[in-house]
Design a protein around this ligand. Structure first.
Ligand SMILES: [Zn+2]
Length: 584
């Protein structure tokens, strides 16, 4: 195989009908040459050159040549990768899945979710390489031996994936969802009987969910998903009726020209002496529950403010809330255009213009979109991210190459907010995780990790109290996988925000239906998440008031082993990590 070490000379921005849409969710050819930000290499020329010319943050003089893909990678090669190179199997195995075109016309329905379970390190690594090529849409990325890997496939890809598994010795391959689009229709359509039942109960007083399913005072139901325009209009009505306490703001425009709007809530709003808590959702288009939960958070806070509830007023004495329900409105609106088409509904990235890449056979493939949660300037492009424009985890041409992420950066570093933000909370789906920095590798923590961990433990405890929902907490590599370029790591390291968290909402890590949450779970999900975020609000407010932490987090060690834990005192939390590393 010939290898080249060329650098990106330009990017093609085309948007042909064949490439518009979600075609790149399905298979594409890969091993790009020219026109993409990948540096190719071979054993002789190595990678002792900058990864990309003219980009200061990438001026690396070291790195290694990943011979499985013949691309330069930053950092050091792992033992596992060296071992796989010795086996020389990865390229051959992955090449077997390159023939599917990115054209929507080639989709062979039904679209399914297939689960694989790697049983040794070599199998894990082969799946990691497959994941990073972006050929397939991994709903659950490979992490370790024994951990399940879920992949969305059409029928042609399924056959190829099964062949891949067979060649690679992965014996556990099963179909989790036999028809994803049918499942979407069942769970998300207006015909969903459980959601319907909740709406019918509205006003009967029999259920709090039912009450919240009706229109709120500002004309939005909490029982459903809503178009971006309706959410913005709703925030506008709140601000119009409560001008001293709520204000709509914009952090700038998206690729397609939409304003990214949010709502500031304070008592009064705009008091520059207050500390700030930033909450956002919807950076990933398909994660509708994250948008819904952020909207619900606003609803709940406004509701409490209207009633002048004492606990909220006390928090707002020292804190102002900055809430952005949809950071990626282009992507969100795209997923709503054909909500029963899995290839549209499951779009994850932004809607940035096509970037094109040429495969080894000279065929050009173009894909839209950047994974905005890999585009922040925190160890950009290092791990858990992809160079390939068609990948679901494509990190973009450079850190902050996208207007959406630049807008977040500029708003947070704006002189109005800088130094005042004490918490950054970003909502995602799914897996029921409360993630704190850093997610680049294991044992990578900020100096004040004990504080972040303590608040995370309390938050997941609060979440669990309502319905018993179990969340894990930890860094990315501790509880899911390592990745870089995420917003909360950037918020912590570069913006200096103390309590920085990524929250992955329902369903659980072990769920088979992933992003497709039954509509009847919307309000319960939002309610329990509100309780978790409230812990962050309360912590920031207490610290702003100069109060000393009154709550013991680590329960005293019993004098002797006991099978029955001492009952918790009111308000007390217990650190259970000694027996169950991540659940609380
Ligand atoms: Zn996400």
């Amino acid at each position: 195989m010939n290898s080249i070490c060329g650098f990106m000379s330009g990017v093609s921005n085309v948007d042909t009908p064949a490439h518009r849409g979600a075609g790149n969710v399905l298979g594409v050819t890969f091993l790009f040459a020219r026109k993409v930000d990948v540096v190719f290499c071979n054993k002789s020329n190595g990678c002792k050159r900058p990864f990309e010319e003219g980009k200061k943050n990438l001026q690396l003089t070291t790195g290694f040549c990943d011979h499985t893909k013949n691309v330069c990678r930053r950092g050091r090669q792992t033992t596992l990768e060296i071992m796989m190179l010795a086996r020389g199997v990865v390229v051959a195995l992955i090449v077997g899945i390159v023939s599917v075109s990115a054209n929507l016309d080639t989709v062979e329905r039904p679209i399914q979710i297939v689960q694989l379970v790697p049983t040794d390190d070599a199998q894990v690594l082969s799946l990691v390489h497959l994941y990073e090529t972006g050929i397939l849409d991994f709903w659950r990325a490979p992490t370790k031996v024994g951990a399940t890997v879920d992949v969305m496939v059409d029928q042609r890809q399924k056959a190829q994936l099964e062949a891949f598994a067979l060649e690679n010795g992965i014996s556990t391959v099963k179909t989790l969802v036999t028809d994803l689009e049918q499942m979407i229709t069942d769970q998300e359509s207006d015909a969903n009987w459980r959601a319907k039942a909740i709406k019918m109960l509205h006003g009967s007083g029999r259920s709090r969910d039912a009450l919240e399913a009706g229109m709120d005072d500002f004309g939005l139901s909490m029982a459903d998903y809503h178009p971006y325009g309706d959410i913005v209009a709703w925030m506008g009505r709140i601000a119009a009726r409560m001008p001293t306490q709520a204000r709509v703001f914009s952090i700038g425009r998206t690729v397609e020209g939409r304003e990214i709007n949010g709502l500031k809530i304070g008592n009064p709003v705009g008091d520059s002496s207050k500390r700030i808590i930033w909450i956002d959702g919807g950076i990933h288009a398909r994660e509708w529950t994250a948008v819904h939960t952020t909207v619900y958070f606003i609803y709940k806070i406004i509701n409490k403010l209207q009633r002048r509830e004492a606990d909220l007023l006390k928090v707002l004495d020292s804190v102002e809330l900055v809430v952005i329900p949809v950071l990626n409105p282009d992507g969100y609106e795209f997923t709503r255009t054909e909500p029963r088409n899995a290839l549209v509904r499951m779009w994850r990235k932004s809607r940035s213009n096509d970037r094109c890449a040429t495969d080894r056979n000279g065929k050009q493939t173009c894909c839209k979109g950047v994974d905005l949660n890999r585009n922040f300037d925190y160890r950009w492009a290092e791990t858990g991210t992809s160079f390939h424009p068609c990948s679901e985890i494509y990190h973009g041409a450079g850190a902050f190459s996208e207007p959406e992420t630049r807008n977040v950066r500029d708003a947070i570093l704006n002189s109005d907010l800088t130094g005042r933000i004490d918490a950054y909370v970003t909502l995602h789906a799914y897996s029921q995780l409360w993630i704190y920095p850093y997610s680049n590798k294991k044992q990578s923590y900020p100096a004040d990790i004990a504080d972040l961990k303590k608040v995370a433990a309390r938050a997941v405890n609060a979440i669990g109290k309502l319905f018993g929902t179990r969340y894990m907490h930890g860094t990315g590599p501790e509880i899911i996988y390592a990745y870089t370029g995420g917003s909360s790591d950037w918020a912590k390291e570069k913006a200096g925000i103390k309590y920085s968290y990524t929250i992955e909402l329902r369903p659980s890590y072990y769920s088979w239906n992933g992003f497709v949450l039954d509509k009847s779970q919307l309000i319960p999900t939002a309610r329990e998440t509100y309780d978790g975020i409230w812990v962050v609000l309360d912590t920031v407010a207490r610290e702003a008031r100069g109060e000393v932490d009154p709550v013991p987090v680590v329960a005293p060690t019993p004098a002797r082993p006991t099978t029955t834990p001492r009952p918790l005192a009111p308000g007390e939390c217990r650190d259970v990590e000694s027996t169950d590393p991540h659940f609380a």
